[in-house]
Unconditional design. Structure first.
Length: 159
């Protein structure tokens, strides 16, 4: 079976200019020597915003303390956006549950790795961490919280 080209972008896709990347990806996909079409796969984890006291509290924490959280969260495409982006070239999509079981140190690291988290020295940094400690204390079970996602994947050739 001949190899096919696969262009793959995961979580970082939200940083791309979605219209500017199309011609480059089409160029790469046209390089198929055997005539079979290559495919684009775009996938990411969508953090669930509701459903448990932890998830709802974490969303409030980000809205209260995140520096540009609202603008970053709006960069992620939803299902309709991705259907439009692929157009008639969409071959399939799937969504499945995924989660992380985190203790406080892992949760703190997860938060601090986010681009919208205030860095040390910023006036929101310490209050954000204190709010995270309270949220964890109020919602953890046996020293862990569940950080729930829906993993979304879209496959096709963008028109």
């Amino acid at each position: 079976m001949p190899a096919s080209t696969l262009v793959s972008a995961a979580q970082a896709f939200h940083w791309f200019d979605p219209q500017a990347v199309k011609p480059e990806w089409r160029r790469i996909l046209r390089q198929q020597a055997d005539g079979t079409p290559g495919l684009v796969a775009v996938y990411w984890n969508s953090r669930r915003l509701t459903g448990t006291p932890f998830l709802e509290g974490y969303e409030r924490l980000l809205l209260d303390y995140g520096l540009d959280y609202s603008s970053v969260s709006e960069r992620y495409g939803d299902d309709d956006d991705m259907r439009r982006w692929f157009g008639a070239g969409l071959r399939g999509m799937a969504c499945f549950a995924h989660g992380q079981h985190l203790d406080f140190d892992a949760l703190r690291g997860r938060l601090l790795s986010s681009s919208y988290a205030p860095r040390p020295g910023h006036p929101q940094h310490l209050p954000m961490l204190q709010a995270l400690e309270r949220l964890f204390a109020d919602t953890a079970r046996d020293g862990f919280i569940d950080f729930d996602y829906d993993t979304r994947i879209f496959v096709g050739v963008p028109d």
